[in-house]
Design a protein. Structure first.
Length: 185
């Protein structure tokens, strides 16, 4: 059986001078450093002979993809399955998020955020697994690059490793902007 290879790449570093949790807020683009790192990374993916790139619809992911497409000379497609996590607290300061909300995201208190419109970890896992199933069917034996976001990628990684997505798992495995992990299916 011929393996299909998927590289799940977190978008490049974002320009965020106000240091807010931007999530799905519009107009958050790549920083100068983010663009540099992705241009450098494009050389690696060029050597990997990627067949196609799928990207989240968020601006930062599309900009990451545009830089890669320019170097790789291949096509790209947008997939809503790769989009950022939907949460109700976008726009707050990162400091406030880390102190007051993040500790509650992995326990029973999270249900309050779901009531306010946030996605659950299970919902994110299901949509990322749907993307994986789609790739298995459509691109058997090919090399795919999927540009997404930190939490969706980490939730998928935990699922394929059959591990719970806990705060400890996230803290120990989280991808920095422009980092990736490889999955053979």
């Amino acid at each position: 059986m011929i393996a299909t290879t998927i590289y799940f790449l977190r978008h490049g570093e974002v320009h965020n001078p106000k240091k807010i949790l931007y999530g799905r807020l519009p107009r958050f683009s790549l920083s100068t450093q983010g663009r540099k790192k992705i241009r450098k990374l494009a050389g690696f993916f060029y050597k990997e002979h990627i067949n196609i790139i799928y990207t989240s619809p968020m601006l930062r992911a599309r900009q990451t993809t545009e830089l890669l497409v320019a170097r790789l000379g291949i096509s790209s497609k947008v997939s809503g399955l790769l989009t950022e996590v939907k949460f109700s607290f976008a726009g707050i300061s990162l400091v406030e998020f880390e102190k007051t909300i993040q500790p509650k995201l992995y326990g029973l208190e999270y249900i309050e955020y779901v009531k306010e419109g946030s996605e659950t970890i299970e919902q994110i896992e299901r949509r990322m697994l749907r993307f994986l199933d789609f790739i298995k069917r459509k691109h058997k034996g090919q090399k795919i690059l999927a540009v997404s976001h930190g939490d969706p990628i980490m939730i998928l990684k935990a699922a394929v490793e059959r591990k719970p997505f806990t705060w400890e798992y996230k803290r120990n495995n989280y991808l920095k902007p422009g980092d990736w992990f490889k999955l053979n299916i």
